[in-house]
Write a protein that binds this ligand. Structure first.
Ligand code: CP
Length: 313
């Protein structure tokens, strides 16, 4: 069986992304299969998670695999000083693939270089969140009927928000126009603006977050201000509520416009938005299951043909 890591999104080309989206569509039709029967998946979470861990574990269970792992490194031998390398080598003895979330940027890449089994990055610091990116692409395609030529507004913490970094890179294949709306302390880092320029991704920056500014949006992608990444909590207090999306701000929105958010939210989307026809963040999180089933197949060498011809459904 061929081994593929899933560590960063820029390692996937346009055809591979569309292939994974099509595979996820197959899993949305039939999530329960036995394509991973006999396999063991490890989930190693060095940082908290609700959606990512539980949807990966659900995906593994729905595909017939079993799951081992930890949700807090303090209950593992990491607390006795075991290195990431040794932990990864040990878990590789037991599991066929490792899903890991780590607070250090580049930790998943490092793990993929030492592990004999596929590594799936479930988020590394403020760097990348490629499985979230795949489910975001899936959701954008599902709501807009295309990934091409869309106006995408990224709002909130664009400095530490790893999901927006991954989305920016993946969308380079689909001619987007990005709009960045962030407090200056949390602006999109220069390295990602350089990336946009190098890949001919058009972007604009706005200070205002008003109905007029967002009137042309196809997607508004809200993000949480990432308190856990601030060294100065006074600075967090200053910026945490700068941009809040309220229902009365949607008066000029296009009919097709959908609001996404990787979640969890804190204050950045008011609860009166939830029953707006533009709200789509709960469905977005549901799509994580299908996207992650496709990621397991990609990493463990299960082809589209095998998925489509699966006799276990
Ligand atoms: N979107 C996301 O990564 O959510 P969790 O932190 O709950 O996994």
């Amino acid at each position: 069986m061929e081994k593929h890591n899933f560590v960063n999104i820029q390692g996937l080309d346009r055809e591979q992304l569309l292939y994974l989206i099509e595979m996820a569509q197959e899993f949305e039709k039939h999530p329960n299969r036995e394509l991973l029967k006999g396999k063991v998946i490890a989930t190693l979470f060095y940082e908290p998670s609700t959606r990512t861990r539980l949807s990966f574990e659900t995906a593994a269970n729905r595909l017939g695999a079993r799951v081992i792992g930890f949700t807090d490194a303090k209950v593992s031998s990491v607390s006795k000083g075991e290195t990431l390398k040794d932990t990864i080598l040990m878990v590789s003895n037991y599991a066929d693939a490792i899903v890991m979330r780590h607070y250090i940027e580049g930790a998943a890449q490092y793990a993929s270089e030492v592990a004999p089994v596929p590594i799936i990055n479930a988020g590394d610091g403020a760097h990348q969140h490629p499985s979230q990116c795949l489910l975001d692409l899936y959701t954008i395609n599902q709501t807009q009927g295309t990934l091409e030529n869309l106006n995408i507004y990224l709002v909130g913490d664009l400095k530490y928000g790893r999901t927006v970094h991954s989305l920016l890179m993946a969308m380079r294949h689909f001619n987007p126009t990005f709009h960045f709306i962030a407090p200056k302390e949390l602006a999109m880092p220069e390295e990602y603006k350089v990336y946009c320029r190098e890949h001919n991704i058009h972007f604009e920056e706005h200070e205002d977050f008003t109905p007029e500014v967002i009137a042309n949006a196809d997607i508004i992608y809200m993000t949480r201000v990432q308190k856990e990444r601030f060294s100065d909590l006074m600075e967090y207090e200053r910026v945490k509520n700068v941009y809040i999306l309220r229902r009365d701000m949607l008066s000029l929105a296009r009919p097709n416009m959908k609001i996404l958010h990787p979640l969890p939210r804190v204050n950045e989307i008011a609860y009166d938005v939830d029953d707006s026809p533009h709200a789509y963040y709960i469905e977005q999180a549901r799509n994580g299951l299908f996207a992650r089933e496709a990621i397991f197949c990609h990493c463990l060498g299960i082809s589209m043909e095998e998925v489509k011809n699966d006799k276990t459904i």
